[in-house]
Each structure stands twice: as structure tokens, then as C-alpha cells.
Design a protein around this ligand. Structure first.
Ligand code: EPZ
Length: 422
């Protein structure tokens, strides 16, 4: 297993290319199951989660070809051989549950292992299940698997979500494209990854309106064609690298970044005294003065402040001037990075879903443990501001969602290297 060692104290300077979005690619890849025609995804991120989704789709009979060093993925599902998503793959990556809707719509049946909980929360699938049942599926949990059938095919329905779940919206949206009649999803998630999904499906002949709003309407069609689709920029990777010069000092331009992808997050950075300039190629970020100002943050569904940037924001607030209150409203256990930051000299109190961060002048390098994807990168960011060396262990979490982090940060001057764990 690898570790990453960061030596702090060097201001950053340069440009970082932002990749395609992991959370868009993970819902775009299962789209292939809805059609017999080829689907090509460009600007694909090169991540271990993408490899996991490729092996899952391969186990169902999809031909998956990776080209141009993984930046282009060609998918063809003209003949599926299975509708069984095995626990051995699903347990590695929850997003595997995004094959449920497409398989049901295409094959009228699916057996998908229930992913179980993860470090950040219980993460049940009740909203996915109730949405697909509304579309006419019968779903039963047996031996840890969801057994779903739609004997007469799926039919349009009105789906009202009690919570704007990203995954449940994606599963329902994909399934509804081939359902008979009209489907309306109310209180749908509005994330850019869902807009990207809808735009790809429309290229294949789907009839979808309202994506990006909380009311999506889908007219079912008999079949979908093929398409070539460019994966949207990764707004979470973008936010992560926008924070690097705020924490370490200096100035970084994030290539491919757009303000509309990160508005709520950018508003908080500007309130903390950070300058964000929109350039021809992206977003240029620099801190003013030695330390940012403290700001309060509450995570919410898009267009609110993203939960996937909460840990990274906490790393920034550790050395801010003043006290910040961070409220995590999406996941019930997403402060695992706090005790690790405290090991680096941060002053943080956590009570349930609220963390109070009292800014300190300087962090100190220490060996720390990554617990999940976003927690791991927040520790690397904190290491950029710390005195001495920070060693982040178990970085396999990181490789699930960040491509070549040490190269990207190294290219703008960070002292960072990947080593084998002792
Ligand atoms: C997606 O997860 C992202 N993952 C997550 O990113 C992200 O944190 C999350 O959306 C919120 O933005 C992918 O896109 C692959 P949800 P998802 O359904 O779809 C509860 C990262 O770091 N809920 O919107 O699983 C759930 O427990 C990852 O890249 C139910 O109660 O998120 C959670 O508390 C982490 N029942 C909340 O809703 C359900 O049926 C949000 O979950 C579904 C969800």
C-alpha cells in the first residue's frame, strides 16, 4: 500500500488541468446497458473506480475498451450475458448500484448486491427501490441482493423524493427513458452530473426535460441509439485544487474550471478573502494576506455547498483567522478527517453533525491515516500548510477519485511524493 509524504511551506505557482468528473463517468458508463448501439465517453477520468465499473459492466456482457491512456472509453452492450451484479464487485464501489435501473429497463430483471454502509454513513437504497417500484418493478431483498423484476416492462409514473438523492435520481432517470409513457421526478437532485447524464441520454434519443431543476419529465421511447459524449469537468477535483493556493499561498490556475460548477463553494472562498479570477482557460485562485478569514459552512444538495468539499474546506479553515462552524447535513458520519487534523495541531471540536474549527497560526506535520476519499485529500492539503513532513497512509482511498495528485501538485511547486507504506 502507498503513502504520500508532503513537506509543507512552499507557495504554489502554475496551472493544474482538471479531469472529467468521476461522479459523472460512474453514471454515464451504465447508460450503455440501455442500448445495443456503441457509446463512447471522452474526457474520462483515469481512476480505480472507473476500472471497477468497467469490470462490473464486463461481467454483465458489455465490451469495454479503454483508449488514449484511459481518457476515452468505448462501451458496447449489444448482447448482455448476465443481469447479476456480484457482491465481490459492488462491495468495492457503491456506485455499482447504478446498473439496477438500466438493467431493469432493458432486460426486465436484475439482481444487484446491496452495497451496505460505508465510512461516511449507512447510505440505504430505499429511494432507489421506491422509485423503481413506482415504475412498475417488483423488488425483493434476498441473501443480500436486490432481486428486481418488471414482468410487463416499466411504465411511466410520478416519483416524489423525500430527499433529493443523486443516485436515486440517476437510477430513476435512466430507467424511465425506456418506460412506457411519461415519468415525472419531483424533488429530483440537480447536480451537474445529472445534467451531464441527461444530455448524453438525449444524444441517444431520450426525451428528457427539466434536468438541473427539481422537476424532471421523461417521455419513454422504445429504443435508444448510440452516442459520443464528453464527460463534464470534475467540480470536486476543481474545488480541491482551488483550495491548494489558499492553504499553501501562491497562485494556481485550474484549467477547465467554471464558476457555475462551484458557485456556492466559490462564494465561501471569496467571503474568506480569496480572489478567484475567471480566465479564458479556467479559474485562477490566490489568497490575499497570510491567512484566510473564518467562514461558516453548511453542506446541502446542489446548488448548495457540496458535501464532497467539506473535508477539504475544513483543512483550509484549520489555519484561518477566527472560528468557523461546519455543519454536515448530507452524511451522518463525515468528520473522520477531524481527529487526523487535530493530530497535526488543529483545534477542532465535533458534536454530532457540527464541527467548530478554531483557526491556529500553523499546523505541524505528522503521520496521519486516510479513512475515505475526500478525507484523504484534505490531509494532503493540510500537509501543504504544515511545518515539516506529513505522511498520509492508506492513500488507496485517494486513487479512487484523484488522478496523479502528486504529479498535479508537484507541477505547481508542492514538495510531495508517493512512497510504499512501511
Ligand atoms: C453521490 O452519492 C456521490 N457519489 C457522492 O460522492 C456524494 O457525496 C453524494 O452523491 C452527495 O452529493 C456518486 O455520484 C458516485 P445520495 P449518492 O443518494 O448518490 C441518503 C464522493 O466523495 N439516501 O444523494 O450515494 C444517503 O444515505 C462520493 O465522490 C437515502 O437515505 O448520494 C445520504 O445521507 C461520496 N436513501 C443522502 O441521502 C436512498 O435511497 C445523500 O445520498 C439514497 C440516499
Amino acid at each position: 500500500m502507498d503513502s504520500i509524504i508532503v513537506t509543507g511551506g512552499t507557495p504554489l505557482k502554475g496551472r493544474i488541468q482538471i479531469a472529467g468528473a468521476k461522479n459523472a463517468a460512474l453514471t454515464l458508463m451504465p447508460v450503455t446497458l440501455l442500448s445495443e448501439e456503441p457509446l463512447t465517453l471522452t474526457n474520462a477520468p483515469r481512476l480505480s473506480d472507473i476500472k471497477t465499473m468497467s469490470s462490473l459492466l464486463g461481467s454483465l456482457g458489455t465490451e469495454v475498451t479503454s483508449m488514449q491512456g484511459g481518457k476515452v472509453i468505448a462501451l458496447s452492450s449489444h448482447g448482455l450475458t448476465s443481469t447479476h451484479a456480484d457482491y465481490e464487485i459492488v462491495r468495492k464501489m457503491r456506485a455499482s448500484n447504478l446498473v439496477l435501473g438500466p438493467l431493469l429497463a432493458r432486460e426486465g430483471q436484475a439482481e444487484v448486491s446491496l452495497p451496505g454502509g460505508c465510512a461516511i454513513g449507512a447510505r440505504p437504497m430505499d429511494l432507489h427501490i421506491s422509485a423503481l417500484e413506482a415504475l412498475g418493478a417488483e423488488i425483493e431483498l434476498r441473501d443480500g441482493y436486490l432481486h428486481a423484476v418488471a414482468r410487463k416492462g416499466l411504465r411511466g409514473a410520478v416519483i416524489k423524493f423525500r430527499f433529493a438523492s443523486v443516485g436515486a435520481t440517476e437510477n430513476a432517470l435512466m430507467a424511465a427513458t425506456l418506460a412506457k409513457g411519461t415519468t415525472v421526478i419531483e424533488n429530483a437532485a440537480r447536480e451537474p452530473e445529472i445534467v451531464d447524464l441527461a444530455s448524453c441520454l438525449r444524444k441517444m434519443g431520450a426525451q428528457i426535460d427539466g434536468d438541473g431543476t427539481s422537476r424532471i419529465e421523461i417521455q419513454g421511447v422504445d429504443r435508444l441509439g448510440g452516442a459520443t459524449h464528453q464527460v463534464v469537468t470534475d467540480r470536486i477535483e476543481l474545488g480541491t485544487y482551488m483550495l491548494a493556493p489558499v492553504i499553501a499561498g501562491g497562485e494556481v490556475e485550474c484549467i477547465g474550471g467554471r464558476m457555475s460548477l462551484v458557485q456556492a463553494f466559490a462564494d465561501k472562498l471569496q467571503a474568506a478573502g480569496v480572489t478567484i479570477e475567471e480566465t479564458a482557460d479556467g479559474l485562477k485562485v490566490r489568497r490575499n494576506g497570510d491567512r484566510p478569514r473564518a467562514v461558516d459552512v453548511t453542506t446541502e444538495p446542489f446548488p448548495g455547498f457540496p458535501t464532497d468539499l467539506q473535508a477539504q474546506m475544513m483543512a483550509m479553515l484549520c489555519t484561518a483567522e477566527g472560528t468557523s462552524v461546519l455543519e454536515e447535513k448530507i452524511f451522518e458520519n463525515r468528520f473522520m478527517h477531524a481527529p487526523e487534523l487535530v493530530r497535526m495541531g488543529a483545534n477542532i471540536e465535533v458534536h454530532g453533525g457540527v464541527a467548530t474549527v478554531h483557526g491556529v497560526k500553523r499546523l505541524k506535520g505528522a503521520p496521519v491515516m486516510a479513512t475515505d476519499l475526500r478525507a484523504s485529500v484534505s490531509l494532503i492539503l493540510a500537509g501543504l500548510a504544515a511545518e515539516g513532513q506529513t505522511r498520509v497512509n492508506r492513500v488507496y482511498h485517494l486513487d479512487r477519485g484523484y488522478e496523479h495528485v502528486e504529479e498535479k501538485l508537484g507541477a505547481v511547486g508542492a514538495k510531495i511524493e508517493r512512497v510504499k507504506e512501511q
